[in-house]
Design a protein around this ligand. Structure first.
Ligand SMILES: Cc1cc2nc3c(=O)[nH]c(=O)nc-3n(C[C@H](O)[C@H](O)[C@H](O)COP(=O)(O)OP(=O)(O)OC[C@H]3O[C@@H](n4cnc5c(N)ncnc54)[C@H](O)[C@@H]3O)c2cc1C
Length: 409
């Protein structure tokens, strides 16, 4: 029996290892389009590879919750750590995020590659798959080489981060097989906003942002460290909002309401500003009221955006003006026009939906013997190790399902 795995990223590598470990007679072939296996892993977690999260939970994912449940039931945080410890990886945890002890993504990749090699998985690099016929025959893009297989695992990722081999090759293969997929868009990337933020480029702040539709529906709220870019907002909380932003800005304008003082209720901020005003000199510029709240550059920018000169003497402000200012700092409206493209995204939203899967399995309904794993499925996770966790878990689960099937044939 032969299983061909198309794509040697996180899920393909985990699947190959599981197949060979748990079913040594299985002929396992790993096809990779690039000249080496697992290249994207080196870029993950800023080169540190945040490989899982100890608070793994279905709520950290977007897409088909039945698919997420299926994978997480079989492969939780403990199973993930067991898998990596079985490879010899020492790990450390930072607020739930799990990294290799070496804090170096190459450690994770090297251990996976050593295990693939030790187990005798047949590896073919520089093999970009261009065609897949049921039955199965697999042909490279040049049409010069064809392989056959009893089972196939499509582990070739999504469309995000093409530089690491994932430029959406999977979708034409799905189309050709008549397999539908949920529309794809970039996720975990920077937000594009009103270009008025350009002067703030590079400035970081801690705050929160709620992302709102035109009708006032809240799509999501995130808190943490943001960074202004030349044309938008970056940082983990902005990334977390980008999946929804990419989908909804195709149809309508969105607004992010930024709160620069998330730990202070409106009334407390108002009180603070009022106390500062009464304690100071009436001729002091309004800018000074914000000295203890915001970086000066940001304070100036926001006052001007509100139509208030930063040099306005505080005695010119009434109680209502201060209340308005407090409200403005807690709900600064920033139009969101879109997100960065797939090129700059960490993951793909959309993909093979639960309806295309055999119930309780990662196997294709339409094309028996074909399995899916990782980012090609209609699941994407939050920052924090959730996407890699799903990739390892779905690869391992698909491998186990293939072994079960092989045992019954
Ligand atoms: C910069 C960056 C940082 C990230 N950091 C983290 C992190 O720290 N933690 C986390 O949880 N997630 C992180 N992610 C997301 C995570 O890396 C992915 O979700 C995960 O790698 C998806 O695994 P996969 O196996 O589905 O696909 P991939 O890992 O993308 O692998 C797919 C493989 O298939 C190959 N391939 C594609 N087309 C073909 C073809 N036609 N023929 C043969 N092979 C093909 C590709 O070359 C690639 O090697 C990050 C992503 C990026 C881009």
């Amino acid at each position: 029996m032969r299983t061909v795995i198309i794509g040697a990223g996180a899920s393909g590598l985990a699947a190959a290892i599981t197949l060979k470990r748990e079913c040594p007679p299985m002929d396992v072939v790993l096809l990779e389009k690039l000249d080496a296996l697992g290249k994207k892993l080196l870029a993950t977690g800023n080169g540190r590879c945040n490989l899982t999260n100890t608070s793994i939970d279905v709520s950290a994912y977007h897409g088909d919750s039945s698919t997420v449940y299926h994978v997480l039931n079989a492969f939780g945080a403990e199973e993930c750590l067991d898998f990596f410890h079985s490879l010899g990886l020492l790990t450390l945890e930072e607020e739930g995020r799990v990294y290799p002890l070496s804090m170096n993504a190459a450690t994770v990749r090297n251990l996976l590659l050593e295990e693939v090699s030790r187990l005798g998985v047949e590896v073919r690099t520089d093999f970009p798959v261009g065609a897949l016929e049921p039955g199965f025959t697999i042909t490279n893009k040049a049409g010069t080489e064809t392989l056959t297989a009893d089972f196939v695992l499509l582990a070739l990722g999504g469309k995000a981060d093409a530089v690491h081999g994932t430029d959406g090759d999977g979708y034409p293969l799905l189309k050709k097989l008549g397999i539908r997929y949920a529309p794809i868009s970039p996720a975990l990337t920077a937000l594009l906003t009103d270009p008025k933020v350009k002067p703030l480029k590079g400035l970081r702040f801690r705050g929160s942002a709620g992302l709102f539709r035109e009708d006032g529906t809240l799509l999501g709220r995130e808190e943490g460290e943001f960074q202004f870019t030349a044309n938008g907002l970056s940082g983990i909380p902005a990334f977390q909002l980008s999946g929804d932003a990419a989908v909804f800005t195709k149809q309508e304008a969105l607004t992010a309401l930024l709160d620069f003082c998330p730990n202070l209720p409106d009334i407390a901020l108002f009180q603070y500003l009022q106390d500062r005003m009464y304690a100071g000199n009436p001729e002091e510029p309004v800018l000074h009221l914000l000295t203890g709240v915001l970086q000066e550059k940001l304070a100036r920018f926001l006052l001007e955006d509100k139509g208030l000169s930063p040099e306005t003497p505080v005695h010119r402000l009434g109680t209502q003006d201060l209340a308005d200012l407090a409200g403005f700092l807690k709900n600064w409206p920033l139009p969101v026009t879109g997100t960065k493209s797939f090129k700059d995204a960490q993951v793909t939203r959309g993909g093979v939906p639960a309806e295309e899967l055999v119930e309780g399995s990662l196997e294709s309904k339409r094309c028996p013997g074909l399995w899916f794993s990782g980012e090609l499925l209609n699941v994407d996770g939050a920052c924090g190790g959730f996407n890699l966790h799903f990739a390892w878990g779905s690869g391992i689960l698909a491998a186990k399902e293939i072994i079960k099937r092989a045992a019954h044939q």
